[in-house]
Design a protein around this ligand. Structure first.
Ligand code: UD1
Length: 407
């Protein structure tokens, strides 16, 4: 692979920021609108709440003064998981909310107990949870939330509920992902008083309301990691612009010294890689700054032809190995036992017709197809489109032979 491309804004930063826009009584301009299906769906949710949205010079411009609806219907909520973390923001704006259960990737049971417990700690009443989650926030106020697990979505939901709740909210054992820091920065730019994001305690001093804001969300660390792994899989030299190497320490440390070298120059990452790699004795997915679960299928694709046996442990989502059946059709030798994948490296993979089982699993199959002998066809690519805007264009710029076929 030889070439360069620009990394888009992060899906997982843009989505909660769009939810945060619900709190803003004014004009919200979000720069570099990334054309991912999940983000288009979330924009539709905002329009359904009464927002006026338009794309202007690649930016999303939202008029949030006209919001008049506190309900997210089933047909919109099931399209994206972000509907659930809109709950806190809708409550902040309307003091009541009715949100259908969320959709998103089929990668595990994905409960929402931590979200609801957190909201209850802010004196919000969950009135009903059958089909719709109906909440009364008339008496919502700051409170202390102790998260049993540093859930990204629950942390974001509570930050948004606390932003305009009277008094001080503390989230203890909060998630530390860069997207949480970005949400804090966005909300603060709109007038919120939040501190501590990026650490395990976040403090929110409630303010009466949030205002107009213009904001550029961070670049997507998962897309960046995906393309770095594509380069590791194929060998070569690539340059990624608008990329933050500091958000990918856990991946870089696994690849450095394994026939890969990296340079970082002011938002650009340059990577050189040979084609062959050694196995990695153990990778465990963990909350940030641990190895991201969203890069698990892509690194398994790489390890499927590494020399020796690797072990990957998936700690976040129990059914995130569905794509492995498809990878096996290409000749990979992978055994799944509970949360572990034991990967015996094979000399090469072979092209096959496979199907995306979920967003990141589908991308793992695309990467496997890049190194496989012969042609690979990946189906069900609307899964991939949820988090990559025409992945084939970026990968072509990086030197891959790939195209989208419309039947
Ligand atoms: C977010 C990301 C997703 C990423 C994940 C973990 C977005 C839009 N999505 O998802 O891409 O894979 O973080 O980095 O940002 N849990 C509970 N109860 C809850 C909430 C979560 O038990 O109420 C569990 C989940 O089942 C899972 C773990 O906590 O095992 C992590 O989930 P969480 O951090 O909440 O992930 P999401 O916010 O859904």
């Amino acid at each position: 692979m030889f070439g360069s491309c620009k990394i888009a804004c992060a899906k997982n930063a843009y989505l909660p920021i769009l939810a945060g826009a619900i709190l803003c009584d004014g004009k919200v301009t979000l720069k570099n609108y990334p054309n991912f299906l999940d983000i288009i769906n979330m924009t539709n949710i905002l329009e359904n709440l009464g927002a006026k949205a338009k794309i202007q010079d690649k930016n999303l411009v939202l008029d949030m003064t006209s919001l008049n609806n506190y309900e997210i219907p089933h047909e919109l909520a099931t399209l994206t998981r972000s509907s659930i973390f809109s709950l806190g923001a809708i409550l902040g704006r309307f003091k009541k909310a009715r949100v259908a259960y969320p959709g998103g990737c089929e990668i595990g049971s994905r409960p929402i107990d931590l979200h609801l417990k957190g909201l209850e700690a802010l004196n919000i009443k969950v009135l009903d949870r059958r089909g719709f989650i109906t909440c009364d926030g008339e008496n919502m106020r700051g409170g202390v939330v102790n998260l049993d697990f540093p859930s990204v979505g629950a942390t974001e939901n509570i930050m948004m509920a606390g932003a305009t709740a009277k008094g001080v909210t503390k989230i203890i054992n909060s998630a530390k992902e860069p997207e949480i820091v970005d949400l804090q920065n966005f909300l603060n730019s709109a007038g919120a008083k939040i501190s501590g994001a990026g650490t395990s305690v976040i403090t929110i001093q409630g303010v009466p309301k949030l205002n107009s804001v213009e904001y550029l969300p961070i670049s997507d660390r998962i897309i960046t990691g995906t393309y770095l792994l594509a380069c590791a899989i194929c060998g070569g030299e690539i340059e990624l612009h608008n990329a933050n190497i500091g958000h990918l320490d856990s991946l870089i440390s696994k690849l450095s010294g394994n026939n890969c070298r990296f340079w970082n120059k002011k938002g650009r990452i340059i990577m050189q890689s040979g084609k062959k790699h050694k196995s990695i004795s153990k990778i465990e997915t963990m909350p940030y700054p641990g190895f991201p679960t969203d890069l698990q299928p892509q690194i398994v694709a790489m390890l499927s032809t590494a020399k020796g046996t690797s072990l990957v442990v998936e700690n976040l989502f129990e059914t995130r190995y569905k794509y492995v059946n498809e990878l096996s059709k290409m000749g990979a030798d992978i055994m799944i036992k509970d949360r572990s994948a034991i990967i015996r490296g094979v000399p090469k993979l072979f092209g096959a017709s496979v199907n995306s089982t979920d967003l990141r699993g589908g991308v793992g199959l695309v990467l496997a197809g890049l190194m496989a002998d012969g042609f690979t066809t990946v189906g069900n690519i609307q899964q991939i489109d949820r988090g990559y805007a025409h992945i084939e264009n970026d990968l072509s710029k990086l030197g891959a032979e790939i195209k989208r076929i419309h039947f």
